[in-house]
Design a protein around this ligand. Sequence first.
Ligand SMILES: Nc1nc2c(ncn2[C@@H]2O[C@H](COP(=O)(O)OP(=O)(O)OP(=O)(O)O)[C@@H](O)[C@H]2O)c(=O)[nH]1
Ligand SMILES: [Mg+2]
Length: 477
Amino acid sequence: MVTAADITERVVLVGVVRSQADVDEGMESLDELAQLATTAGAETVDRVIQARPAPDPATYVGKGKAREIVEKARQLRATAIVFDDELAPAQGRNLEDVAGVNPLAPDALKIIDRTGLILDVFAQHAHSAEGKLQVELAQINYMVPRLRGWGEVMSRIGGSRGGGGAAGPSLGTRGPGETKLEIDRRRIARRLRKLKDELKQVERTRTVKNRQRQRVGAPQISLVGYTNAGKSTLLNAFTGAGVLVEDKLFSTLDPVSRKLELPDGRAAVLTDTVGFVRKLPHQLVEAFKSTLEQTVHADLLLHVVDASQPDPRDHIQAVDQVLMQIGAGDVPRILAMNQVDRLDPETRRRLEGQFPDARFISATKGEGLDELLEAVAGRLAASQTIAEYVVPFDRGDVHSQLHELGEVQEEVAGEGGWRLMVKGPRSVLGRFGEFVAPFNPPGGRLDGTAEPGAGDDAERPEEAGQPQEDQPADGAG
Ligand SMILES: Nc1nc2c(ncn2[C@@H]2O[C@H](COP(=O)(O)OP(=O)(O)OP(=O)(O)O)[C@@H](O)[C@H]2O)c(=O)[nH]1
Ligand SMILES: [Mg+2]
């Protein structure tokens, strides 16, 4: 844990906006960057915003401006300059040259970018074996194109300052493993392969565990949202999970699942997972894909928003983008505008107008939580799907599981086995994909009478009868 005493880094933040009119927005983005810096244990000593139509391809801010910023940073005794974007490797190198970074000047100003900083925060907050492996994988993928060819000692990750200091690893150099420094490309490549193998192993174990958990047959709900929106607070409020809640970015990296009792007496599984941020580094999205994909397989997403942000739409958009990236764009979702206790009545009315379908809640004060649960139960009931199965007579296990997990609406014993029409959550029925009846007999119903009982609560008719396959069999489990 980083405490105030550990703060050794003093950073200057730099952002580029297109025009003078965008300066406010740029400042907001720098506020967030400052929060990331604080979370990583650094103190922000100055902020610079530059308006230019496009970032400079060579130095991001332009060479003259770069010199100016370096000068200012030196005067302020800053230890690093942090850019509010991912710098191209060449931009990073050029800026390092301006800042005088070289192997013989270990105390030179460091050049860090938004991605590097986020990776640093993730590295600090990764606790599980899987989380650590994922962060290291992302860090290596980030580092490889940025290695500088000046000898074996040089690598951006772990270029430790001074050596022998008591403060421990410094900003932008932290990693879950100790293997970051002084490794040449061959060793990096070897490490990458090993990491991927280990990750696969961990994922396999997790898949097995998941299957066991899902066997309970409860519908799956995932909390998603911008980092620091209050996802973990809501999980705690709903389930008494006792998960760590902090006014810090990316407190949660490892998914936590708890049983959620719904007002209609049924149970669901609620999962809290990693939060999102604007410009979430693609290396992280890649590395965390398997974790994030768990949200893809949910029956319902509960999108938690910090409504007290100046413009919650930005955050909502950033979250939507990541959801699209990981293929969860069309999972049904409920928008929960959280932290309403921090809104003045006027802002609240405006937001209610802007987001008519959202639920307005306060996870800390307990406001609106009962109504939110009602909405969750309603949506889950509505997003049930119906599928028809043919189960061979020698698969009594599957037959009884379908009875246990779904609501069997019709059943006949016929040629080839039992034919069953089953209603249930998509995530549950999807696991029996291999037993789905090859085609629906004309007339729909098993007994040859009229249409299936559409119109009750089948929300999306196209879903009926074709539950999605669970993850493609990868030979695991
Ligand atoms: N005033 C107020 N504060 C809240 C509310 N919900 C959460 N918070 C605070 O917001 C901060 C972040 O809450 P978390 O639950 O850790 O947020 P998170 O979405 O899990 O964040 P990460 O795991 O870091 O991505 C904490 O300081 C909470 O106490 C709320 O309804 N009202
Ligand atoms: Mg959290």
